[in-house]
Write a protein that binds this ligand. Structure first.
Ligand code: HAM
Length: 424
């Protein structure tokens, strides 16, 4: 029996890969406009990094981590998200000494042992950004403007931005207590998970998808009514700056996020097109995280997008792999040899060129050129080799024109340029 892949961990096949590359390249292009630089961190970290940052009582740490002991009995974990590893690296390499503000982005696989379904996988990919060193509300708005810019650039429209503020260590404990008092009288109606969360992580109850919990918490106290003056004015300023930058948003005071490191601004880009997995991107401020992980007391804010969800949203509007620009068809043994050399020269000159190397008939070679979607074909036989001239055929309309073999690559480049101009 052949070996198959692991449940919830997908292969990204060649036909899908152009869309992935497009999403990644667009992130590199857009994020660099905002001064972000790429950072690459390992996929495995010490387990305690995630326990300390994401929080011991979160679903991720309690239930979803791929944790194992290595041969030296160290507890390691496949990263379930990118923020903690990036902060670990930021602190370890003292990036704060290089500049007072660090703007970093990353992309790559993350791992969570969740129940797989459409848009939710056990290995999934994130593209994320983290800005460390600024707590000015303008940076919150700028990060969201960058996210908004990215969605426009990749052509995803059916998403909306929801924002909230989760307060800070000064005001959140008061709110938490209010919520506990409210839930205490309604405990029996909560689902089993929420009865547990009630004492360990009561804010998470607001995020529960169970119908009973939703009904019970419908008139729960709002975090926004319990912000201290500093958090309140920060949140108001973020909203004002978003308006100034023409970034549309809605306030969702029930958004609590599944990771404990957040302070003040939190946000999600949501869609109605992915069923239960409605968050395409999510993030927020984490002003205490760098210090919590042993670094200086620096504020931070960031987000991560789920690439699989972006791909699903793009659907048919995704990108296709590039097709060959020229297919060389050979007639006879002498032409086969010549084509083999010409092919190599063309490729070195930057032309996507193909030929058949399996001895197919001319007809079958042309069929293959067609199947590959080659833009042009050129048949070489003894006559063409003797005269140094051949017919370049444009596959889209069947039109043919004579080219000298010596000037083949120049002529072809000229034709391709003209074609792409006329299609603009
Ligand atoms: P998160 O909300 O856990 O936040 O994940 C961010 C995004 O990753 C989600 O909105 C979703 O699109 C995608 N995602 C999460 N889990 C899965 C899954 N199992 N399958 C497919 N996609 C998934 C974070 O990870 C934070 N580190 C974001 C952040 C960065 N906050 C500040 N900086």
């Amino acid at each position: 029996m052949s070996i198959t892949g692991i449940k919830g961990m997908n292969d990204i096949l060649p036909e899908e890969v152009a869309t992935w590359q497009f999403l990644e390249q667009t992130a590199r292009r857009i994020f660099s406009l905002y001064g972000c630089q790429e950072i690459r961190v390992p996929v495995v970290e010490k387990t305690e990094l995630f326990c300390r940052s994401i929080g011991e009582t979160t679903d991720i740490v309690e239930k979803e981590m791929y944790t194992f002991s290595d041969k030296s009995d160290h507890s390691l974990t496949l990263r379930p998200e990118g923020t903690a590893p990036v902060m670990r690296s930021f602190i370890q390499h003292k990036l704060y000494n290089q500049d007072s503000v660090s703007k970093l982005y990353y992309m790559g696989p993350m791992f969570r042992y969740e129940r797989p379904q459409k848009g939710r996988y056990r290995q999934f990919h994130q593209i994320g950004a983290e800005i460390i060193g600024l707590d000015d509300p303008r940076i919150d708005a700028q990060v969201l403007a960058m996210l908004d810019h990215y969605f426009a650039a990749v052509g995803i429209q059916d998403v909306s931005l929801q924002i909230n503020s989760l307060g800070c260590p000064q005001c959140r404990p008061g709110y938490r207590q209010q919520l506990i008092d409210f839930l205490q009288q309604r405990l029996d109606g909560l689902c089993e998970d929420c009865q547990r969360r009630y004492s360990s992580n009561p804010l998470r109850v607001l995020d529960c998808k169970a119908k009973g919990c939703k009904e019970i918490t419908a008139d729960a106290p709002s975090v926004l009514d319990h912000l201290c003056a500093g958090c309140d004015s920060h949140f108001n300023a973020v909203q004002q700056h978003l308006q100034d930058l023409s970034v549309p948003f809605a306030i969702n005071n029930r958004m609590v996020r599944g990771l404990d490191y957040y302070t003040k601004t939190t946000f999600e880009m949501v869609t109605g097109n992915l069923g239960a997995q409605n968050a395409v991107a999510a993030g927020g401020r984490y002003d205490g995280l760098v210090e919590e992980l042993g670094g200086p007391a620096l504020p931070g804010i960031g987000f991560a997008m789920g690439v699989e969800r972006l791909v699903l949203l793009l659907g048919d509007a995704g990108r296709k792999n590039p097709v060959p620009q020229l297919f060389l068809a050979a007639l006879g043994e002498r032409a086969q040899k010549a084509c083999f050399l010409v092919l190599n020269q063309l490729q070195k000159q930057g032309i996507r060129a193909e030929m058949d190397l399996s001895g197919k008939s001319l007809k079958a070679q042309m069929r293959r050129a067609d199947k590959l979607g080659s833009l042009y074909t050129l048949v070489l036989g003894d006559n063409e080799l003797d005269s140094g001239e051949a017919e370049l055929k444009k596959m889209a309309d069947g039109s043919q024109s004579a080219v000298t073999l010596e000037r083949l690559s120049e002529t072809l480049k000229g034709r391709l340029d003209a074609d792409s101009e006329s299609s603009l």
